[in-house]
Design a protein around this ligand. Structure first.
Ligand code: SF4
Length: 210
């Protein structure tokens, strides 16, 4: 187990502590903990599902193919990745070996709940004004119950602590669409979601500053 954390722990202390996390079995087969990245305080926190193969090797979130498309669309939406905090609901890569490849495997509810311990601490330190749930696992972890992402996509739910959570898809969903026209349409939809996120974050900052 990682050492106990002080109440006023910094994000760097948290990241360091998570390196030795054994709260669930996922650490055993993964290369390393992939902790969140971004400024220690950020208006927006993006939460994905779990690191993928590339993230596991690099030790950084959203650097694989899904991260590339996320970065590109983030920029098109006018959001600066350097000013947002990006993390995952589950911080170790879960996979099934297939030959030389490691195929992504969805984390179960027990793993997601175990890792929520870290996400809750990230939220406490980063103090975002808006959280963005990228996919069902992130939405479940942030809201605390299963969320129908297809039905609630584009909507903002409010957590018990008052934090608004914008619901959308995980960018890896776009990559899995085979038909080029459908893929382009989904990309446009995700861009519209991120534009809405930028507006929602700007208006929440404005309302707080008024
Ligand atoms: S997935 Fe999360 S809870 Fe499980 S060992 Fe890794 S950091 Fe700990």
């Amino acid at each position: 187990m990682p050492p106990a954390l002080e109440e006023d722990a910094s994000i760097d202390t948290l990241r360091e502590s998570a390196r030795t996390c054994r709260r669930c079995p996922l650490w055993r087969d993964a290369t390393q903990t992939v902790f969140g990245e971004g400024p220690p305080r950020a208006d927006i926190i993006f939460v994905g599902e779990q690191p993928g193969d590339r993230e596991d090797l690099a030790g950084k979130p959203f650097v694989g193919p899904a991260g590339d498309i996320f970065d590109a669309i983030l920029e098109e939406a006018g959001l600066d990745r350097a000013r947002v905090y990006v993390t995952n609901a589950v911080k170790h890569f879960k996979f099934q070996p297939r030959g030389k490849r490691r195929i992504h495997s969805k984390p179960n509810v027990g793993e997601m709940r175990a890792c929520h311990w870290w996400l809750a601490k990230e939220l406490k330190i980063v103090k975002p004004r808006l959280a963005v749930a990228l996919g069902a696992t992130a939405a479940h972890s942030l809201i605390g119950k299963p969320i129908a992402v297809t039905r609630l996509r584009g909507e903002t739910m409010t957590r018990d602590d008052g934090l608004p959570v914008f619901i959308t898809i995980h960018p890896s969903f776009i990559l899995r669409i085979r038909d080029p026209a459908d893929r382009r349409a989904e990309r446009r939809r995700f861009l519209a979601d991120l534009v809405a996120v930028g507006k929602a974050a700007a208006s929440s900052v404005a309302s707080i500053r008024r």
